[in-house]
Design a protein around this ligand. Sequence first.
Ligand code: AMP
Length: 430
Amino acid sequence: MATLKAVRGTRDLLPPETALWNYVEATARGVFARYGFGEIRTPIFEDTALFARGVGEETDIVSKEMYTWQDRTRADSDSAQSLTLRPENTAGVVRAYIEHKLADTGMLQKLFYIGPQFRRERPQRGRYRQFWQIGAEVLGPAWSGADSALRDAEVLEMLSTFLNELGVKGWKLEVNSVGSSTDRPKYIAALREALAPVKDKMSADNQRRAETNPLRVLDSKDAGDQEIIDGLPKIADFLDDASKEHFAQVLAALDACGVAYTVNPRLVRGLDYYTRTTFEFTVPDGSGLGTQNALLGGGRYDGLSELLGGPKAPGIGFAIGEDRLILTLQAQEAGAKEQKLDAFVAPMGVERNAAALALAQELRRAGLSVEVGDGSFRLKKSFEAADKLARRMVIVGEDEVSSGILTVKDFSAGDQTKVPRAELADFLRA
Ligand code: AMP
Protein backbone atom coordinates (compact mmCIF):
# COMPACT_ATOMS: atom_id res chain seq x y z
CA MET A 1 0.00 0.00 0.00
CA ALA A 2 1.28 3.48 -0.82
CA THR A 3 2.24 5.36 2.35
CA LEU A 4 0.27 8.49 3.07
CA LYS A 5 2.09 11.77 3.36
CA ALA A 6 1.28 15.28 4.55
CA VAL A 7 -0.43 17.19 1.73
CA ARG A 8 1.81 19.31 -0.53
CA GLY A 9 2.38 22.74 1.00
CA THR A 10 1.63 21.51 4.54
CA ARG A 11 4.13 20.12 7.00
CA ASP A 12 4.57 18.58 10.41
CA LEU A 13 6.36 20.56 13.07
CA LEU A 14 8.29 18.26 15.36
CA PRO A 15 10.42 18.58 18.48
CA PRO A 16 12.97 20.03 18.97
CA GLU A 17 11.86 22.62 16.37
CA THR A 18 8.51 23.13 18.10
CA ALA A 19 10.44 24.44 21.12
CA LEU A 20 11.52 27.35 18.90
CA TRP A 21 7.91 27.92 17.82
CA ASN A 22 6.81 27.96 21.44
CA TYR A 23 9.61 30.36 22.33
CA VAL A 24 8.56 32.74 19.52
CA GLU A 25 4.91 32.56 20.57
CA ALA A 26 5.71 33.01 24.26
CA THR A 27 7.86 36.05 23.40
CA ALA A 28 5.01 37.49 21.30
CA ARG A 29 2.53 36.94 24.14
CA GLY A 30 4.91 38.54 26.62
CA VAL A 31 5.68 41.60 24.49
CA PHE A 32 2.08 42.16 23.34
CA ALA A 33 0.79 41.95 26.93
CA ARG A 34 3.13 44.80 27.88
CA TYR A 35 1.40 46.94 25.23
CA GLY A 36 -2.09 46.15 26.49
CA PHE A 37 -3.11 43.57 23.89
CA GLY A 38 -5.49 40.69 24.66
CA GLU A 39 -5.78 37.47 22.68
CA ILE A 40 -8.64 36.73 20.28
CA ARG A 41 -9.25 33.26 18.79
CA THR A 42 -11.59 33.21 15.82
CA PRO A 43 -12.75 30.07 13.96
CA ILE A 44 -10.46 28.54 11.35
CA PHE A 45 -13.30 28.47 8.84
CA GLU A 46 -15.82 31.16 8.10
CA ASP A 47 -18.61 32.02 5.69
CA THR A 48 -16.99 32.49 2.26
CA ALA A 49 -18.78 35.84 1.92
CA LEU A 50 -16.65 37.23 4.78
CA PHE A 51 -13.46 36.96 2.74
CA ALA A 52 -15.10 37.86 -0.56
CA ARG A 53 -16.17 41.14 1.04
CA GLY A 54 -13.42 41.69 3.60
CA VAL A 55 -10.35 40.71 1.56
CA GLY A 56 -11.80 41.63 -1.85
CA GLU A 57 -13.02 39.49 -4.77
CA GLU A 58 -10.38 40.94 -7.08
CA THR A 59 -7.39 39.91 -4.92
CA ASP A 60 -5.28 36.85 -5.76
CA ILE A 61 -6.16 35.46 -2.36
CA VAL A 62 -9.90 35.40 -2.98
CA SER A 63 -9.89 34.78 -6.73
CA LYS A 64 -7.35 31.91 -6.77
CA GLU A 65 -6.05 30.82 -3.40
CA MET A 66 -8.88 29.99 -1.04
CA TYR A 67 -9.90 26.54 0.16
CA THR A 68 -13.64 26.72 -0.27
CA TRP A 69 -16.29 24.03 -0.13
CA GLN A 70 -20.05 23.66 -0.02
CA ASP A 71 -21.03 22.44 3.41
CA ARG A 72 -24.40 20.87 3.96
CA THR A 73 -25.97 22.42 7.03
CA ARG A 74 -27.42 19.04 8.05
CA ALA A 75 -26.81 15.54 6.75
CA ASP A 76 -30.43 15.27 5.64
CA SER A 77 -30.61 18.77 4.19
CA ASP A 78 -29.97 19.88 0.64
CA SER A 79 -29.20 23.46 1.48
CA ALA A 80 -25.49 24.10 1.33
CA GLN A 81 -23.45 26.92 2.79
CA SER A 82 -20.19 28.01 1.21
CA LEU A 83 -17.40 27.86 3.77
CA THR A 84 -13.71 28.78 3.49
CA LEU A 85 -10.58 28.05 5.49
CA ARG A 86 -9.38 31.47 6.58
CA PRO A 87 -6.62 32.85 4.30
CA GLU A 88 -5.88 35.65 6.80
CA ASN A 89 -7.26 36.76 10.14
CA THR A 90 -8.15 40.45 9.85
CA ALA A 91 -11.61 39.80 8.36
CA GLY A 92 -12.42 37.30 11.14
CA VAL A 93 -11.31 39.74 13.85
CA VAL A 94 -13.39 42.58 12.41
CA ARG A 95 -16.40 40.24 12.05
CA ALA A 96 -16.04 39.30 15.74
CA TYR A 97 -15.67 42.99 16.66
CA ILE A 98 -19.01 43.68 14.99
CA GLU A 99 -20.76 40.48 16.17
CA HIS A 100 -19.86 41.02 19.83
CA LYS A 101 -20.58 44.76 19.67
CA LEU A 102 -17.12 45.62 20.95
CA ALA A 103 -17.72 49.15 19.69
CA ASP A 104 -20.28 49.60 22.49
CA THR A 105 -17.47 49.51 25.06
CA GLY A 106 -16.31 52.81 23.57
CA MET A 107 -12.79 51.57 24.22
CA LEU A 108 -9.94 51.03 21.84
CA GLN A 109 -9.65 47.29 21.12
CA LYS A 110 -6.14 45.81 20.99
CA LEU A 111 -6.46 42.20 19.88
CA PHE A 112 -3.77 39.74 18.89
CA TYR A 113 -4.03 36.26 17.38
CA ILE A 114 -1.73 33.34 16.69
CA GLY A 115 -2.83 30.61 14.33
CA PRO A 116 -2.77 28.83 10.99
CA GLN A 117 -3.95 30.43 7.74
CA PHE A 118 -4.57 28.68 4.43
CA ARG A 119 -3.78 29.76 0.88
CA ARG A 120 -3.40 27.61 -2.20
CA GLU A 121 -0.09 29.18 -3.26
CA ARG A 122 2.74 27.48 -5.11
CA PRO A 123 4.79 25.97 -2.27
CA GLN A 124 8.44 26.93 -1.93
CA ARG A 125 10.82 27.70 0.92
CA GLY A 126 9.05 30.22 3.17
CA ARG A 127 5.75 29.80 1.35
CA TYR A 128 3.28 27.15 2.40
CA ARG A 129 -0.39 26.34 1.93
CA GLN A 130 -0.91 26.08 5.66
CA PHE A 131 1.21 28.69 7.38
CA TRP A 132 1.09 30.48 10.69
CA GLN A 133 0.56 34.12 11.38
CA ILE A 134 1.02 36.08 14.56
CA GLY A 135 -0.97 39.24 14.10
CA ALA A 136 -2.91 41.98 15.78
CA GLU A 137 -5.55 44.60 15.13
CA VAL A 138 -6.00 47.90 16.96
CA LEU A 139 -9.45 49.28 16.20
CA GLY A 140 -12.37 51.15 17.67
CA PRO A 141 -14.63 54.14 17.18
CA ALA A 142 -12.78 57.28 16.11
CA TRP A 143 -13.31 58.83 19.57
CA SER A 144 -11.33 55.96 21.12
CA GLY A 145 -8.25 57.32 19.37
CA ALA A 146 -8.19 54.44 16.88
CA ASP A 147 -7.22 56.71 14.01
CA SER A 148 -4.39 58.46 15.82
CA ALA A 149 -0.87 58.46 14.36
CA LEU A 150 0.33 57.53 17.83
CA ARG A 151 -1.23 54.06 17.36
CA ASP A 152 0.66 53.47 14.13
CA ALA A 153 3.94 54.39 15.77
CA GLU A 154 3.13 52.30 18.85
CA VAL A 155 2.47 49.22 16.72
CA LEU A 156 5.71 49.71 14.77
CA GLU A 157 7.72 50.30 17.94
CA MET A 158 6.19 47.15 19.47
CA LEU A 159 7.15 45.11 16.41
CA SER A 160 10.72 46.38 16.51
CA THR A 161 10.88 45.47 20.22
CA PHE A 162 9.51 42.01 19.46
CA LEU A 163 12.09 41.31 16.71
CA ASN A 164 14.91 42.64 18.90
CA GLU A 165 13.84 40.51 21.86
CA LEU A 166 13.86 37.46 19.64
CA GLY A 167 17.35 38.38 18.48
CA VAL A 168 16.49 38.80 14.78
CA LYS A 169 19.47 40.51 13.17
CA GLY A 170 19.46 43.05 10.35
CA TRP A 171 15.72 43.59 10.04
CA LYS A 172 14.56 46.59 8.07
CA LEU A 173 11.35 48.55 8.41
CA GLU A 174 9.90 50.21 5.34
CA VAL A 175 6.98 52.60 5.67
CA ASN A 176 4.81 54.60 3.35
CA SER A 177 1.51 56.42 3.32
CA VAL A 178 -1.13 55.48 0.77
CA GLY A 179 -3.28 58.48 1.70
CA SER A 180 -7.03 58.52 1.90
CA SER A 181 -9.66 56.96 -0.32
CA THR A 182 -10.03 60.34 -2.02
CA ASP A 183 -6.27 60.73 -2.64
CA ARG A 184 -5.91 57.33 -4.23
CA PRO A 185 -8.14 57.67 -7.33
CA LYS A 186 -6.18 60.83 -8.26
CA TYR A 187 -2.92 58.96 -7.88
CA ILE A 188 -4.17 55.96 -9.85
CA ALA A 189 -5.29 58.27 -12.66
CA ALA A 190 -1.81 59.84 -12.73
CA LEU A 191 -0.21 56.39 -12.75
CA ARG A 192 -2.34 55.30 -15.70
CA GLU A 193 -1.39 58.43 -17.58
CA ALA A 194 2.33 57.91 -16.88
CA LEU A 195 2.13 54.22 -17.78
CA ALA A 196 0.27 54.69 -21.06
CA PRO A 197 3.28 55.73 -23.21
CA VAL A 198 5.77 53.26 -21.60
CA LYS A 199 3.78 50.15 -20.77
CA ASP A 200 4.50 48.44 -24.10
CA LYS A 201 8.14 48.21 -23.03
CA MET A 202 7.22 46.37 -19.84
CA SER A 203 6.76 42.66 -19.07
CA ALA A 204 3.48 41.00 -20.04
CA ASP A 205 2.45 40.86 -16.37
CA ASN A 206 3.01 44.57 -15.88
CA GLN A 207 1.22 45.43 -19.11
CA ARG A 208 -1.80 43.62 -17.75
CA ARG A 209 -1.47 45.25 -14.32
CA ALA A 210 -1.14 48.70 -15.93
CA GLU A 211 -4.64 48.13 -17.28
CA THR A 212 -6.34 46.30 -14.41
CA ASN A 213 -4.63 47.54 -11.23
CA PRO A 214 -1.82 50.05 -11.85
CA LEU A 215 -0.90 50.14 -8.14
CA ARG A 216 0.35 46.58 -8.45
CA VAL A 217 2.95 47.61 -11.02
CA LEU A 218 4.73 49.35 -8.15
CA ASP A 219 5.50 46.19 -6.20
CA SER A 220 6.53 44.23 -9.27
CA LYS A 221 9.91 42.50 -8.89
CA ASP A 222 10.46 42.37 -12.67
CA ALA A 223 14.13 43.38 -13.04
CA GLY A 224 13.75 44.81 -16.56
CA ASP A 225 10.98 47.17 -15.51
CA GLN A 226 12.59 48.78 -12.48
CA GLU A 227 13.89 51.85 -14.28
CA ILE A 228 10.44 52.69 -15.62
CA ILE A 229 8.86 52.04 -12.23
CA ASP A 230 11.34 54.31 -10.47
CA GLY A 231 10.31 57.12 -12.80
CA LEU A 232 6.55 56.80 -12.09
CA PRO A 233 4.70 59.41 -10.00
CA LYS A 234 4.97 58.98 -6.21
CA ILE A 235 1.90 58.79 -4.00
CA ALA A 236 3.53 61.22 -1.55
CA ASP A 237 2.84 63.99 -4.08
CA PHE A 238 -0.87 63.18 -4.05
CA LEU A 239 -1.59 63.10 -0.30
CA ASP A 240 -4.04 65.59 1.15
CA ASP A 241 -2.91 67.77 4.05
CA ALA A 242 -4.47 65.58 6.74
CA SER A 243 -2.73 62.44 5.42
CA LYS A 244 0.59 64.28 5.12
CA GLU A 245 0.27 65.50 8.68
CA HIS A 246 -0.63 61.99 9.92
CA PHE A 247 2.43 60.49 8.20
CA ALA A 248 4.71 63.23 9.56
CA GLN A 249 3.43 62.46 13.07
CA VAL A 250 4.08 58.74 12.67
CA LEU A 251 7.66 59.37 11.53
CA ALA A 252 8.28 61.90 14.31
CA ALA A 253 7.09 59.39 16.94
CA LEU A 254 9.32 56.67 15.44
CA ASP A 255 12.26 59.10 15.62
CA ALA A 256 11.42 59.90 19.24
CA CYS A 257 11.43 56.16 20.05
CA GLY A 258 14.64 55.53 18.10
CA VAL A 259 13.05 53.08 15.65
CA ALA A 260 14.96 53.07 12.35
CA TYR A 261 12.95 53.04 9.11
CA THR A 262 13.13 53.95 5.46
CA VAL A 263 10.30 55.50 3.51
CA ASN A 264 9.57 53.35 0.47
CA PRO A 265 7.28 55.27 -1.90
CA ARG A 266 6.53 52.03 -3.76
CA LEU A 267 4.99 50.27 -0.78
CA VAL A 268 1.25 50.29 -1.52
CA ARG A 269 -1.81 48.17 -0.96
CA GLY A 270 -4.46 47.59 -3.55
CA LEU A 271 -7.67 47.67 -1.55
CA ASP A 272 -9.79 50.76 -1.09
CA TYR A 273 -10.10 50.52 2.66
CA TYR A 274 -6.34 50.73 3.23
CA THR A 275 -5.53 54.28 4.24
CA ARG A 276 -2.45 56.18 5.29
CA THR A 277 0.32 54.16 6.95
CA THR A 278 1.50 50.91 5.34
CA PHE A 279 4.61 49.02 6.37
CA GLU A 280 6.71 45.93 5.89
CA PHE A 281 9.59 44.38 7.85
CA THR A 282 12.14 42.44 5.83
CA VAL A 283 15.33 40.56 6.66
CA PRO A 284 18.57 40.66 4.62
CA ASP A 285 19.55 38.02 2.07
CA GLY A 286 21.21 35.08 3.71
CA SER A 287 18.56 34.90 6.42
CA GLY A 288 17.26 31.67 4.99
CA LEU A 289 14.31 33.09 3.09
CA GLY A 290 15.67 33.72 -0.41
CA THR A 291 13.29 35.98 -2.26
CA GLN A 292 10.49 35.47 0.28
CA ASN A 293 12.17 37.90 2.67
CA ALA A 294 9.07 39.77 3.87
CA LEU A 295 8.69 38.81 7.50
CA LEU A 296 5.57 40.77 8.15
CA GLY A 297 3.33 43.41 6.72
CA GLY A 298 0.48 45.59 7.75
CA GLY A 299 -1.29 48.85 7.51
CA ARG A 300 -3.99 51.19 8.57
CA TYR A 301 -7.54 50.73 7.33
CA ASP A 302 -10.83 52.60 7.40
CA GLY A 303 -14.05 51.26 5.96
CA LEU A 304 -13.49 47.54 6.49
CA SER A 305 -15.97 47.34 9.36
CA GLU A 306 -18.64 49.17 7.30
CA LEU A 307 -17.99 46.78 4.40
CA LEU A 308 -18.88 43.91 6.75
CA GLY A 309 -22.03 45.64 8.00
CA GLY A 310 -20.54 47.20 11.15
CA PRO A 311 -20.08 50.71 12.54
CA LYS A 312 -17.20 52.96 11.52
CA ALA A 313 -14.07 51.48 13.12
CA PRO A 314 -10.76 52.74 11.81
CA GLY A 315 -7.81 50.60 12.77
CA ILE A 316 -4.31 49.36 12.09
CA GLY A 317 -3.12 45.77 11.91
CA PHE A 318 -0.23 43.55 11.01
CA ALA A 319 0.49 39.89 10.31
CA ILE A 320 3.84 38.27 10.97
CA GLY A 321 4.69 35.19 8.91
CA GLU A 322 5.68 32.88 11.77
CA ASP A 323 7.13 30.21 9.44
CA ARG A 324 9.44 32.83 7.94
CA LEU A 325 10.39 34.18 11.32
CA ILE A 326 11.39 30.68 12.43
CA LEU A 327 13.42 30.08 9.25
CA THR A 328 15.20 33.37 9.87
CA LEU A 329 15.99 32.55 13.48
CA GLN A 330 17.32 29.15 12.45
CA ALA A 331 19.50 30.64 9.69
CA GLN A 332 20.79 33.32 12.07
CA GLU A 333 21.20 30.77 14.84
CA ALA A 334 19.27 33.06 17.15
CA GLY A 335 16.42 32.26 19.50
CA ALA A 336 16.24 29.68 22.25
CA LYS A 337 18.94 27.06 22.22
CA GLU A 338 17.90 23.44 22.48
CA GLN A 339 17.34 22.70 26.14
CA LYS A 340 18.48 19.47 27.77
CA LEU A 341 16.44 17.89 30.53
CA ASP A 342 17.71 18.31 34.09
CA ALA A 343 18.00 14.57 34.72
CA PHE A 344 17.64 11.09 33.31
CA VAL A 345 16.62 8.58 35.97
CA ALA A 346 18.04 5.14 35.11
CA PRO A 347 16.64 2.09 36.93
CA MET A 348 19.06 -0.85 37.14
CA GLY A 349 16.81 -3.83 36.39
CA VAL A 350 13.06 -3.89 35.78
CA GLU A 351 12.41 -4.49 39.47
CA ARG A 352 13.63 -0.89 40.09
CA ASN A 353 11.19 0.65 37.54
CA ALA A 354 8.54 1.55 40.13
CA ALA A 355 11.10 3.14 42.46
CA ALA A 356 12.61 5.05 39.50
CA LEU A 357 9.20 6.38 38.46
CA ALA A 358 8.46 7.46 42.05
CA LEU A 359 11.81 9.28 42.18
CA ALA A 360 11.06 10.98 38.84
CA GLN A 361 7.66 12.04 40.20
CA GLU A 362 9.34 13.58 43.26
CA LEU A 363 11.85 15.51 41.11
CA ARG A 364 9.20 16.67 38.62
CA ARG A 365 7.07 17.93 41.51
CA ALA A 366 10.13 19.92 42.58
CA GLY A 367 10.00 21.59 39.16
CA LEU A 368 12.77 19.66 37.40
CA SER A 369 12.48 18.24 33.89
CA VAL A 370 13.08 14.51 34.02
CA GLU A 371 13.05 11.48 31.73
CA VAL A 372 12.96 7.91 33.05
CA GLY A 373 14.80 5.02 31.41
CA ASP A 374 13.78 1.43 31.65
CA GLY A 375 15.26 -1.29 33.85
CA SER A 376 15.59 -3.60 30.86
CA PHE A 377 18.22 -1.25 29.34
CA ARG A 378 21.84 -2.31 29.66
CA LEU A 379 23.93 0.27 31.53
CA LYS A 380 25.63 1.34 28.27
CA LYS A 381 22.27 2.00 26.59
CA SER A 382 21.07 4.00 29.62
CA PHE A 383 24.26 6.08 29.43
CA GLU A 384 23.79 6.79 25.74
CA ALA A 385 20.13 7.74 26.08
CA ALA A 386 20.83 9.88 29.14
CA ASP A 387 23.74 11.67 27.45
CA LYS A 388 21.54 12.63 24.49
CA LEU A 389 18.63 13.88 26.55
CA ALA A 390 19.82 15.21 29.86
CA ARG A 391 22.58 17.05 31.67
CA ARG A 392 22.85 14.38 34.36
CA MET A 393 21.92 10.78 35.03
CA VAL A 394 20.61 9.47 38.36
CA ILE A 395 21.21 5.77 38.91
CA VAL A 396 18.55 3.82 40.80
CA GLY A 397 20.05 0.46 41.82
CA GLU A 398 19.48 -1.83 44.77
CA ASP A 399 22.03 0.02 46.96
CA GLU A 400 20.58 3.41 46.12
CA VAL A 401 17.06 2.31 47.03
CA SER A 402 18.10 0.79 50.37
CA SER A 403 20.58 3.52 51.41
CA GLY A 404 18.69 6.57 50.08
CA ILE A 405 21.99 7.84 48.60
CA LEU A 406 21.78 8.29 44.84
CA THR A 407 24.62 8.16 42.33
CA VAL A 408 24.55 11.14 39.96
CA LYS A 409 26.64 11.21 36.80
CA ASP A 410 27.33 14.66 35.35
CA PHE A 411 27.93 14.49 31.58
CA SER A 412 29.63 17.84 31.06
CA ALA A 413 31.91 17.54 34.12
CA GLY A 414 32.43 13.82 33.46
CA ASP A 415 32.28 12.97 37.18
CA GLN A 416 30.09 10.97 39.52
CA THR A 417 28.75 12.11 42.92
CA LYS A 418 26.81 10.46 45.75
CA VAL A 419 23.86 12.62 46.81
CA PRO A 420 21.34 11.98 49.64
CA ARG A 421 17.78 11.81 48.31
CA ALA A 422 16.64 14.83 50.36
CA GLU A 423 19.29 17.00 48.66
CA LEU A 424 18.89 15.56 45.19
CA ALA A 425 16.49 18.17 43.73
CA ASP A 426 18.70 21.07 44.84
CA PHE A 427 21.81 19.30 43.55
CA LEU A 428 20.24 18.77 40.12
CA ARG A 429 19.04 22.34 39.95
CA ALA A 430 22.52 23.72 40.42
P1 AMP B 1 -0.22 39.05 4.13
O1 AMP B 1 -1.38 38.54 4.96
O2 AMP B 1 -0.26 38.55 2.71
O3 AMP B 1 0.00 40.54 4.25
O4 AMP B 1 1.09 38.37 4.73
C1 AMP B 1 1.65 38.73 5.96
C2 AMP B 1 2.87 37.87 6.19
O5 AMP B 1 2.49 36.51 6.24
C3 AMP B 1 3.88 37.94 5.05
O6 AMP B 1 4.78 39.00 5.25
C4 AMP B 1 4.57 36.61 5.16
O7 AMP B 1 5.60 36.67 6.12
C5 AMP B 1 3.49 35.69 5.68
N1 AMP B 1 2.92 34.86 4.61
C6 AMP B 1 1.99 35.20 3.68
N2 AMP B 1 1.70 34.15 2.87
C7 AMP B 1 2.46 33.12 3.29
C8 AMP B 1 2.62 31.74 2.89
N3 AMP B 1 1.92 31.21 1.89
N4 AMP B 1 3.51 30.97 3.55
C9 AMP B 1 4.23 31.49 4.59
N5 AMP B 1 4.11 32.76 5.02
C10 AMP B 1 3.25 33.56 4.39
